[in-house]
Design a protein around this ligand. Structure first.
Ligand SMILES: Cc1cc2nc3c(=O)[nH]c(=O)nc-3n(C[C@H](O)[C@H](O)[C@H](O)COP(=O)(O)O)c2cc1C
Length: 196
């Protein structure tokens, strides 16, 4: 595994901005973000995921242990997360290092997911994916009929993305777009103002 500097907790201003820009952890409307990883050949990979939670250490995402991204993160924990709010003219780019989230956090995140997503976490398997559409629907209906209270499946895993940089982009119709970047240089956090 590549070793990357594990950054400390977020600086006050960046954390305050994250709290301002992202929904509170108990808000059921989770932001959809792009999670970029590096594959085994060093090529970029990316997909949409829900941003589950935020704390002073960073942001959390959740997925299935058998997914490609999990194998990629085990080999190389370098990640980027991009969130966008077109109606607010805002973009957030987080680059950082992913590490497994503690069980208490992954359980909490699972409990906060919608009923549909809690069920999906159980049925999002390669065997179900290989079925024809009508069989997939039948498997879903059977699962719904036979499972009322759901715990996380053993394949439910979470990652804490510890930021090494956070770039807050703002657009302005009456002016230039602008970025304020917080970067951890291995010792301290610095702030740089950048063109959009
Ligand atoms: C709006 C949206 C939200 C998604 N949220 C998640 C998520 O929170 N976790 C997840 O594992 N996959 C989520 N997915 C599916 C992923 O985009 C992806 O297809 C899946 O995780 C497999 O990715 P991988 O093969 O790169 O690991 C979401 C897809 C969409 C379109």
């Amino acid at each position: 595994m590549r070793t990357l500097t594990r950054p400390p907790t977020l600086p006050d201003e960046a954390y305050a901005l994250l709290l301002d820009w992202l929904p509170t952890n108990d808000d059921p409307e989770r932001p959809v973000v792009t999670l970029a990883t590096v594959d085994e050949d060093g090529a970029p990979d990316a997909r949409s995921v829900l941003l589950s939670e935020l704390d002073r250490k960073g942001v959390y995402v959740h997925t299935d242990a058998s997914s490609r991204k999990v194998a990629q993160l085990a080999a190389n924990p370098a990640v980027a997360v991009v969130a966008r709010w077109p109606e607010r003219q805002r973009q957030l780019v987080v680059r950082g290092v992913a590490e497994p989230a503690p069980a208490s956090e992954t359980d909490r995140a699972y409990a906060r997911r919608s009923l549909y997503l809690r069920r999906l976490a159980w049925l999002n398997t390669t065997s179900v994916a290989a079925m024809p559409a009508d069989e997939r629907r039948a498997a879903w209906a059977t699962f719904v009929a036979t499972h009322q209270v759901l715990k996380p499946p053993p394949t439910w895993v979470g990652f804490l993305v510890r930021p090494t940089s956070l770039t807050f982009w703002t657009g302005d119709d009456a002016s230039v777009s602008h970025r304020r970047e917080h970067r951890f240089d291995g010792t301290d956090w610095t702030i740089t103002e950048l063109p959009g």
